[in-house]
Design a protein around this ligand. Structure first.
Ligand SMILES: Nc1ncnc2c1ncn2[C@@H]1O[C@H](COP(=O)(O)OP(=O)(O)OP(=O)(O)O)[C@@H](O)[C@H]1O
Length: 259
């Protein structure tokens, strides 16, 4: 196992347009389940707009994503996003952070497209009329006005992914946390949905196993067994990661997968 890969100083190579004040602040973050430490004293301070999270199965990516989204309470330590604590300030988190999961069926609650998109907006406190207006607006932006009254059960998996993304973007988040949102999609669909997501002005934290997805991101964080192993510019981190994953792939040890 590679230990102690250095930080690659991404702050120096960030595209100027993507620089902004410190946005993501994670301090000594620990998450434990039944006495097992899933995340171990993680520290992240970043102003990057596009961040990739990589690591082997079970390394803690989804757990970190859920902690950042305020869906889990840290065992200890602190998460601050755009100045707010997403676990304690649920209203602020709802206004600031959008979350996309791997499986749209876990995200979708309502049977009809319009209801599904309007739900998040109503949760944010918008009036019924404003929710309707914004729902129409986001459908128009994505050229899907004809989906308004469509039963969601008639949408394909890729179309459901798009619906989830529209629902999240309609809420105008400052940050979207996406946990493998393109898994299982064919190549053109995943490219289109990724492009749509990146067209928005918001920051993105993307958990992925596909390194191409984040090759042009500002920063990449590599998690290994609940710890941050490396961070920096994708060119550097992804090169080291690929090399190490290929090396580990040569071995027959599936101990990590076995948990
Ligand atoms: N609620 C829980 N109860 C028990 N163990 C958990 C729980 N949540 C996470 N874990 C454990 O924490 C570790 C990290 O899980 P996590 O889902 O964050 O990994 P991951 O990097 O997202 O994996 P993958 O790439 O396979 O999705 C795993 O060993 C998992 O079994």
């Amino acid at each position: 196992m590679v230990i102690g890969i250095p930080s690659f100083g991404a702050a120096d190579v960030l595209h100027p347009a993507r620089k902004r004040p410190a946005f993501l602040d994670v301090e000594d973050l620990v998450y434990e389940v039944d006495g097992n430490r899933v995340l171990d004293r993680m520290n992240i301070h970043s102003s990057a707009a596009r961040i990739g999270l990589i690591g082997r199965n079970g390394s803690g990516k989804s757990t970190l994503a859920r902690l950042l989204g305020g869906l889990l309470e840290p065992s200890s330590g602190r998460v601050t996003i755009a100045g707010l604590n997403p676990w304690h300030d649920r209203k602020g988190a709802l206004a600031t952070i959008g979350i996309l999961f791997q499986n749209p069926d876990r995200q979708i609650i309502f049977p009809i497209v319009e209801e599904e998109i309007a739900f998040g907006l109503r949760q944010q406190g918008h009036s019924r009329e404003e929710a309707e207006r914004r729902t129409g607006e986001i459908l128009a932006i994505f050229g899907k006005t004809h989906w308004k009254d469509a039963p969601i059960s008639c949408l394909s998996q890729g179309q459901k992914h798009l619906l989830c993304m529209m629902s999240v973007l309609a809420m105008r988040p400052k940050l979207v946390i996406a946990d493998e949102p393109f898994a299982g999609l064919d190549i053109p669909t995943r490219r289109q949905i990724k492009r749509y997501l990146e067209m928005s002005e918001c920051g993105i934290i993307l958990v992925t196993h596909d390194l191409q997805d984040i090759a042009d991101y500002d920063e990449v964080y590599w998690l290994d067994r609940g710890k941050l192993l490396a961070q920096g510019h994708p060119d550097d981190v992804l090169r080291c990661y690929s090399k190490e994953m290929n090396r580990q792939g040569e071995s027959d040890d599936i101990a990590i997968l076995a948990g």
